[in-house]
Design a protein around this ligand. Structure first.
Ligand code: ATP
Length: 312
């Protein structure tokens, strides 16, 4: 297949569990050699989509191609070329960490050096520990090592840093960036915006099984409007606050109340907007705790698109 053809092509994928539609006509592509994040809240359909790409589930409608292959019919050709990091381990409970990694390595023609890989992922000290006795973060790191040990061309990582401490998260991110430099394609699911913003070349935001936005982190956060203002106050806002602030700011700005004491304003990043907000606080006897102007985050983008918070 041509070198510039997508690593993953999903076209009109529909997946249901009984009456529940988990993936609802999803179409997206993943460029070769990229880190692509599939971002969405809990239950958005990320894991189901990945499992279909990995050949664990058969598309009920639509098509999926991974490295140009059908993950169901051409599973035997595809499996040696991909790595899969499952959300829930994938190792036997009694097996020791290094035994498991060596076992997976032995299935591949040209595996990485398992001692070096486990050292890199901070697993060297728990190599003799049975899988079920590993901490959540250690199990995650072992799962990542198992996905990478066969030198895959493409690796699927589902919530790679869930349960990891900050140091392990950073090591994981560095490792994923390193394998991208070696030309490996990485598809990751996450509901952590900071992870997607830090790592991804391309982000697909999905919600309720459909694609709602796609772009690089800067394309998604730049948008048409330039900034967000966060206003956090010391006492709960009066009931009419969002309407009266909207009225004061005029049609160019969008106002959303996030909770009792915080408001998100998306609009032109200029001193007029800030001045209006601070005058509004004065007129309504509202004391700001913080009034900050910043670039939109992916969280803001998600909120604008769906009216809900990504991390909720
Ligand atoms: P999370 O971030 O929580 O892992 P997700 O985006 O990966 O969520 P999926 O796990 O793909 O989402 O789930 C999509 C929807 O399908 C959810 O509503 C979930 O409850 C439902 N679902 C997933 N697996 C099953 C199953 N085996 N049986 C029934 N419903 C399921």
């Amino acid at each position: 297949m041509p070198a510039d053809s997508p690593a993953v092509e999903i076209d009109g994928l529909v997946m249901r569990y009984g009456d529940k539609v988990a993936v609802d006509g999803l179409s997206l592509t993943v460029a070769r050699g990229s880190i692509t994040a599939v971002l969405g809240p809990n239950g958005a359909g990320k894991t189901t989509t990945l499992e279909t790409c990995e050949g664990y589930r058969k598309p009920q409608q639509g098509t999926v191609r991974v490295l140009g292959l059908d993950p169901q019919r051409q599973r035997h050709d595809l499996l040696p070329r991909i790595g899969v990091m499952l959300q829930h381990g994938g190792a036997w409970s009694g097996v020791r960490a290094m035994e498991m990694l060596d076992h997976i390595a032995a299935m591949h023609a040209f595996p990485l050096d398992t001692a070096l890989l486990s050292e890199r992922l901070g697993l060297a000290d728990c190599g003799r520990t049975p899988y079920r006795r590993l901490s959540g973060g250690q199990q995650q790191r072992l799962a990542l090592a198992m996905a990478l040990v066969g030198r895959p061309e493409l690796v699927f990582v589902d919530e790679p840093t869930a349960g990891m401490d900050p140091q392990a998260r950073r090591t994981t991110w560095e490792l994923l960036e390193e394998i991208r430099r070696d030309g490996v394609t990485v598809v990751l699911t996450t509901h952590h915006m900071d992870e997607a913003e830090r790592l991804a070349d391309q982000i697909h935001i999905i919600d309720r099984g459909t694609l709602i936005a796609t772009g690089s982190p800067s394309e998604l956060t730049r948008g048409n409007r330039s900034a967000t203002i966060r206003l956090v106050v010391t006492r709960p806002f009066p009931d009419s606050a969002p309407e009266s602030l909207r009225f004061a700011l005029g049609p160019d700005a969008e106002v959303r109340q996030l909770d009792d004491v915080s408001m998100l304003i998306v609009g032109p990043a200029n001193s007029t907007t800030l001045g209006t907000v601070s005058r509004w606080c004065e007129t309504h006897d509202v004391l700001p705790e913080t009034l900050s102007l910043g670039q939109r985050t992916l969280e803001d983008v998600f909120l604008e698109l769906t009216g809900r918070q990504l991390s909720a």
